[in-house]
Design a protein around this ligand. Structure first.
Ligand code: HEM
Length: 416
């Protein structure tokens, strides 16, 4: 028996998606009482789905593919063309292994040391400044961390420009008008910068440290034994730099959690292993990526519903992290919930995608993201004292990506 999937009537709902943001899919999953529904987005039929079983389905490579899934305006800003996000099958596996090779234990440890060192240096100047905006400072700390870790030279003079350029790639993908154009311009600039470096590396004019992203990606060969063209190599190196700068958003939410839930500081100071639970809960609780996108690879049926080849399909990441079937009191901040759960999170805690790292599109940066959040929490609790003045700390569930409105001002900063 084949049934009609619950369907949102009307010509196109892109406007509702922009108006409801992170809650667009969860709102309709609730009103249809269904984890899957059909609608029209970006001028085409689309399927939206969420929850653990939907995530398992979404990450089944025999059922979904990524080629042609990311809309053009997202490729023009956030992703770039021909990057790992757009690949399938063997080509994806081979390219993804290149990313994963950077995430060895030593690679992660080197990231943590660089990141901690950049926090130390930044904090030195904060005391004299009276007040700082944490989001702005974190982006710069992370831009320096990203470049050092990736083997990309960055002078002090360039810092503001490159931080701004990389940030505008993730601050603009859902925007239209001037913001979108700023994002496109930044992508062109960034690709020129990094593409030029790749060429210098290949010509032997610049020698990056070994095992850095610049070295590994400049020398990476595809399945036919050919080097990536310089544009694609630049896209992939930017696929490392950009999201490291984007961790600034989680830095802001980490600081917000410590402020909103002050009892967490106690537990973080006294309970062994609590840091890991805390960081998981920050990633589950606060909004970041609303959904991931794929296309149906070939016709199939699931729960008696037809999935037609090539249909755009969105997986509800935010809603799955807040799904009451998976989480007790999902809207309560409670790191202890992860004490029992750790082995069953592959398709339920999915702020950075679900499934496997190598065979699927799960975020290869998940470990260093968590490490950067831990470094930040350690600084905010143990290494500095500060006050949080009156300000608008609310964050929107509509604008994507969401950042606390004030971007978190802190003042009277001293070293501990
Ligand atoms: C993929 C989230 C940090 C590199 C993804 C995906 C999400 C995500 C949702 C897509 C999953 C899918 O399509 O199924 C995040 C968030 C981060 C973050 C919220 C926090 C800042 C990072 C970092 C790096 C990184 C630090 C690199 C060092 C990538 C790459 C992909 C990816 C290369 C594409 C993987 C593929 O297509 O196989 N990320 N990410 N991300 N992320 Fe992240």
């Amino acid at each position: 028996d084949v049934n009609q999937m619950p369907r949102e009537e009307g010509l196109d709902h892109s406007v509702s998606l922009m108006r409801e943001g992170y809650l667009y899919i969860p709102n309709r999953r609730r009103s249809f009482q269904s984890d899957v529904f059909e609608t029209h987005l970006l001028g085409q039929k689309a399927i939206c789905m969420g929850g653990k079983e939907a995530a398992e389905l979404f990450y089944d490579n025999s059922k979904f593919k990524r080629s042609g899934a990311a809309p053009k305006r997202v490729r023009q800003t956030l992703f770039g063309e021909k990057g790992v996000q757009t690949l399938d099958g063997k080509a994806h596996f081979h390219r993804k292994a290149m990313f994963m090779s950077l995430m060895s234990e030593e690679g992660i440890q080197r990231f943590v040391e660089i990141n901690r060192n950049e926090w130390e240096k930044a904090v030195e100047s904060w005391a004299a400044r009276g007040e700082i905006v944490l989001y702005e400072e974190a982006k710069k700390i992370l831009c320096k961390t990203a470049c050092r870790w990736a083997g990309v030279p960055l002078s002090d003079k360039e810092l503001d420009k490159r931080t701004d350029e990389l940030s505008s790639l993730f601050e603009s993908p859902a925007s239209i008008g001037p913001e979108h154009w700023k994002g496109r311009n930044s992508r062109n600039q960034a690709e020129k910068w990094i593409g030029g470096l790749v060429e210098q590396v290949r010509e032997g004019k610049f020698l990056p440290e070994s095992q850095t992203a610049l070295q590994v990606i400049s020398g990476h060969k595809d399945l036919e034994g050919k080097l990536l063209d310089p544009e694609t190599a630049a896209v992939e190196i930017i696929n490392i730099l950009r999201p490291i700068v984007a961790i600034a958003i989680y830095i802001n939410f980490t600081a917000l959690a410590l402020h909103q839930f002050p009892e967490q500081k106690e537990k973080l100071s006294s309970e062994d292993g609590y840091m890991q639970l805390f960081v998981q809960e920050v990633r589950r609780y606060y909004p970041f990526f609303p959904f991931a996108a794929a296309r149906v690879k070939k016709d199939f049926t699931w729960r008696n519903y037809t999935f037609e080849k090539n249909t755009l399909t969105l997986l509800d990441l935010y809603g799955t992290n807040h799904d009451s079937k998976l989480w007790d009191n999902p809207d309560v901040f409670n790191p202890d919930r992860f004490k029992e759960k750790s082995d069953t999170l592959k398709y339920s805690l999915i702020p950075q995608g679900g499934g496997g790292y190598y065979e699927g599109h799960r975020c290869p940066g998940e470990w260093i993201t968590m490490e950067a959040m831990k470094v930040c929490a350690d600084f905010l609790i143990h290494r500095i004292a500060y006050e949080v003045p009156e300000q608008d700390l609310s964050y929107s569930l509509v604008s994507m990506p969401s950042i606390p409105k004030s971007e978190i001002k802190i003042e009277r900063i001293t070293r501990k």
